[in-house]
Design a protein. Sequence first.
Length: 98
Amino acid sequence: MDVYIKLLKQSNCALLAICDENILGKTLKQGNILFPIREDFYKGSLVSLQEAIDLIEESTVVNMVGQRIVKEAVEKGLVHPDAVLKIDGVPHAQIVKF
């Protein structure tokens, strides 16, 4: 299974949004939290997991959601396991590089 990525670049900043292919368009619900995985934010190109990881390393801000992408980012040392939130059982993580 692949992941959707959307890369937005402006000046020296690159914002990368990534989500697992199977959750695009869903809304995660947990208590009062509603987390829509919106196509207008996440849907760009459908790429392999490795391509997404390569882009994470080049981006300044990353927003990722999904079992596969977050697990891979943790395994590659790009996200600390304690920084992963679970919403409705689905992992979500962000990276901000200064």
